[in-house]
Design a protein around this ligand. Structure first.
Ligand code: IPE
Ligand code: IPE
Ligand code: MG
Length: 254
């Protein structure tokens, strides 16, 4: 019997030496997946949670260093109360059933976003998952939870302004690195910027995700709804990434 790991590296088109270090995913299409099955939207979120587990393991097996998943945006509070409540319960269920597997795979949980607005039990589940996996040295599973990039940038600007006001920082010394260091992705250090950004469900927009960090990310859009996404789909996106020429403003061969 082949292990899952062997299955995943089996695709001859995939260059296992050139796996993107940081993959970010806008997990979209849960509601439409459910509606297509005449199910309530929350059934899509439930199935989407299973996909998070599958894709986390697939990414970890492939040697991805950071997997950032957009789970709840600062704009998602606009949804009906019952849907928001369901989404707020999901991290509790997710971590309760999945933290032992994460530890077994040496995966460390981190979070970007203002979790202080989440219900107490959700905050606790998130904090426990961060603590319980804090010694893991493998892939970082980074959830964007109550995250919005404009909110992130406003907070960074406020914090930089305060440092200037108190004399800790001179405006002349503000660099791109200063800005990066004040964003919610700063704990990721040199891995803060995604190499590959994937959005599922056919929508081709950013929806307030990682505006600063995606300056030179490669984008892959797929029509697949998030609950149908899997390890094979992840490999397909990585193969597409591997066919791109990243120039960062320079020329192809320099
Ligand atoms: C993504 O699926 C999950 C979240 C935004 C929380 P959606 O719930 O946006 O699904 P669609 O886009 O309505 O199909
Ligand atoms: C983006 O999806 C947010 C998450 C995936 C968490 P949305 O479904 O909220 O985005 P829009 O409203 O289609 O732009
Ligand atoms: Mg959506």
């Amino acid at each position: 019997m082949f292990s899952k790991k062997a299955d995943l590296s089996n695709n001859p088109k995939l260059d296992t030496e050139r796996i993107p270090a940081h993959i970010a995913i806008i997990m979209d299409g849960n509601g439409r997946w459910a509606q297509a099955r005449h199910l309530p939207r929350v059934a899509g979120h439930k199935q989407g949670m299973q996909t998070v587990k599958t894709v986390t393991m697939a990414a970890s097996d492939l040697g991805v260093k950071v997997l950032t998943l957009y789970a709840f945006s600062t704009e998602n509070w606009k949804r009906p109360n019952d849907e928001v409540s369901y989404l707020m319960q999901l991290p509790i269920r997710f971590f309760k059933t999945f933290v032992p597997d994460l530890v077994a795979h040496n995966v460390r949980v981190m979070v970007m976003g203002d979790i202080s607005r989440l219900p107490g039990a959700t905050q606790q589940a998130v904090k426990d998952a961060i603590t319980d996996t804090s010694k893991c040295t493998g892939m970082i599973l980074n959830f964007a939870l109550n995250y919005g990039s404009r909110d992130e940038i406003v907070r960074a600007v406020k914090s930089i302004a305060t440092e200037v006001q108190t004399g800790q920082l001179s405006p002349n010394n503000i660099t791109e690195q200063t800005v990066s260091d004040h964003l919610m992705s700063s704990p990721l250090g040199s891995l803060a910027d995604p190499d590959l950004l994937i959005r599922t469900s056919g929508e081709e927009r950013i929806s307030n995700f990682l505006l600063w960090q995606i300056a030179y990310s490669e984008f892959v859009f797929t029509d697949t709804y998030w609950p149908d996404f899997d390890g094979q789909a992840l490999q397909k996106a990585i193969i597409e990434f591997q066919g791109r020429h990243r120039r960062f403003g320079g020329l192809k061969n320099n």
